[in-house]
Write a protein that binds this ligand. Sequence first.
Ligand code: INI
Length: 161
Amino acid sequence: MSRAYEGSLEGRRLRIAIVVARFNLKISTLLLDGALDCLMRHGIEEHDITVAWVPGAFEIPMAAKRIASSGEVDALVCLGAVIRGETAHFELIANESARGVAAAALETGVPITFGVLTTEDSAQASERAGGKHGNKGFEAAQAAIEMANLYASLPKPQTNL
Ligand code: INI
């Protein structure tokens, strides 16, 4: 008989941190609203939610790694918007943000989800922050709940690894 693991969407007693970039504030705020809505709907208490603001998407991995290393959260959600039309170094910021978030998750052993939009223009970003393409903040928060529960059920890592 094979063994299967799948994280549930039960949020009660989970401690979740959100790292959100202030750059493109209107979009970030909509993503944050979506993420908070998701956490509350899944039963997470307000006092179990931490929100940390950073200047831009480039700084997200730094704060995420710091918080993940504290041992005080079960998962993190990263939110922001990198918009190509408004930045010459779009690729750089977008790539470093994604790479850094993945590295922080792998190095700390704490799941971290990526709700940072990377779009051609602000219209596309709005469509993904509560518009016709949904709210990617909500989706990233839901993925964080699932991953936190999955990690709780998976076999524990050996300490000498
Ligand atoms: N930060 C973003 O989050 N989104 C952007 O679109 C963006 N643009 O356009 O440059 C951006 N830049 C700031 C960057 O993330 C850093 O905060 C800044 O370079 C200071 O380190």
